[in-house]
Ligand binder design. Sequence first.
Ligand code: SF4
Length: 232
Amino acid sequence: MISDAEVERFFATLAAANPDPLPELQYSSVFELLVAVMLSAQATDAGVNKATPALFARAPSAQAMLALGLEEITQHIRSIGLYRTKARNLLQTCALLVERHDGEVPHSRQALEALPGVGRKTANVVLNVAFGEPTIAVDTHVFRVANRSGLAPGRNPLQVEQLLLRRVPAAYLQHAHHWLILHGRYVCLARRPLCESCRVSAWCEHAWCEHGRNLQSRAQSARSPQRPPESP
Ligand code: SF4
């Protein structure tokens, strides 16, 4: 596990490169955000973004989604993986939003996680993005980057989340999961991490390069007094 000082430099570097990271899912309301995140489970944001404009045009609220009905919801999202299950969960979630929350998305972890198809990760995204809470949603990218880099090793997403919450400096908590998601999606790739162009390799305990040359020595030397410039 990397040191607290290295964690600070890791996030300072990501923050300097992208001070105001945004979700890649497209939405224009808290309800649409919840739906988009539900649909994104085991699917790409790009794939969800292709399907949701037509769906949201027909059903921009929980009430409208209920009125749309299962068949039409299913047709709108059939290009997304697990679409039948997601369509059922979406309809049941909208029914509960109307029944329990006047059609609004609740600002409460407990109430969110009581909705069908809404787990801890989805609740964390909604609490963070819609309500500004410093939660960290651990998806496959965050899990990989946290373990590989030594930021927050853990055997499961909850362990990683709890360790990140303890280790990420307060100044970076709000955007931490966005920076880690984007880093995992575009740089710290699952099969072949792009260590040679990674801006945080100096603080990563597991730096690789595609030709088998291990960048660990570079990272270690960067921790010495001759640390390289910290600009992106
Ligand atoms: S140096 Fe490599 S393994 Fe470490 S965070 Fe960067 S891309 Fe990932």
